[in-house]
Design a protein around this ligand. Structure first.
Ligand SMILES: NC(=O)C1=CN([C@@H]2O[C@H](COP(=O)(O)OP(=O)(O)OC[C@H]3O[C@@H](n4cnc5c(N)ncnc54)[C@H](OP(=O)(O)O)[C@@H]3O)[C@@H](O)[C@H]2O)C=CC1
Ligand SMILES: O=C([O-])CC(=O)C(=O)O
Length: 276
């Protein structure tokens, strides 16, 4: 797929620059939808990435470490997975750059969480945890201010979306014939065991009652074509249930389209005089 950059209609207006860490299914979708006025100027690829990937990005500087970037991006987007946060997060924040991450599950590693927080305080960059594939994080985080009694999160995806994950050690994805829960535990465990599938569990945990107190169920459903996310929260504010049936990205069935769109939203917010 060839990435297309939106044209800035205000010709001559200086673009704000973006650095993206990782350029897989989500990164390509974000690049395709990048709002006018922003330009993707740097992409951080893994050192092992092949030449063809770099040729694909021929107008864009590719680096394998953040300190190889001589310029100063206005916003850094992580679309690389938890390993990308682990490898580059501290360096970005220590340089005083804002880092918007989708691989929120990386923060289930308490030592990394602490290092990122310290780097942000020291360098002045802000770590922005994106809502990703789920809706309702705004309401959950607001509800927390009044006190929460219970938060649960459930995710349901087709067998192909769980392929290559720890689910394969827990259930036979080729023969499962009805919707089956294969994991029940805390958001911390889910985010660690399913790094490409359960970042939302960590986001719900961090916005609500914490990673250890948030209970998580993961289901494989051979009859679904969507990535379904459910949150139930109860507290002083009242109660809410959210169910979101997300379409997976064409190039990666693990990843919901909405997760990529949440990154695009972060880009738009970086430009907007009024933020919603
Ligand atoms: N919060 C949310 O709701 C969601 C979060 N996510 C997160 O987003 C991530 C990206 O999703 P998606 O694009 O679909 O996944 P992909 O696997 O398609 O793409 C990830 C890309 O990042 C690259 N990468 C891996 N490690 C590094 C690194 N250390 N530095 C730079 N690049 C790296 C990979 O390269 P290579 O293949 O060569 O290793 C790959 O090209 C997921 O892994 C998940 O953590 C996904 C869905 C929802
Ligand atoms: O995109 C999704 O449906 C959710 C996901 O993979 C994650 O939480 O990591």
């Amino acid at each position: 797929m060839t990435a297309q950059r939106n044209q800035n209609p205000q010709s001559g207006a200086a673009s704000r620059s973006i650095m993206m860490i990782g350029y897989g299914a989500m990164g390509r979708e974000v690049h395709r939808l990048l709002p006018a006025g922003l330009s993707l100027d740097w992409v951080v690829l893994p050192a092992h990435s092949d030449l063809s990937e770099r040729q694909h990005l021929r107008d864009i500087n590719t680096v394998s470490r953040v300190d190889q970037c001589a310029g100063r991006p206005d916003l850094v987007l992580e679309c690389a997975g938890q390993a990308g946060v682990r490898e580059h997060g501290v360096a970005v924040l220590e340089r005083g750059l804002d880092l918007a991450v989708v691989s929120v599950g990386a923060l289930a590693d308490e030592a990394l969480h602490k290092r990122l927080e310290e780097a942000a305080r020291k360098g002045g960059g802000r770590l922005i945890l994106l809502s990703g594939a789920i809706a309702g994080i705004d309401g959950l985080a607001a509800a927390r201010e009044g006190g929460l009694d219970e938060v649960t999160y459930e995710s349901r995806k087709a067998p192909r979306s769980w392929k290559g994950s720890h689910a394969e050690n827990l259930i036979n994805l080729d023969t499962v014939s009805s919707a089956t829960v294969f994991f029940e535990g805390t958001a911390a465990e889910a985010a660690r065991l399913f790094p490409a599938n359960a970042n939302v569990a960590a986001t719900v945990g961090l916005a609500g009652v914490g990673l250890e107190a948030t209970t998580v169920k993961l289901t494989v459903d051979p009859h679904t074509a969507t990535n379904t996310h459910r949150i139930h929260a109860r507290g002083r504010f009242g109660e809410f249930h959210i169910e979101l049936n997300g379409r997976p990205l064409e190039n990666n069935p693990k990843t919901s389209t909405l997760a990529a769109l949440s990154v695009v939203r972060a880009c738009r917010q970086a430009l907007a005089p009024i933020v919603i």
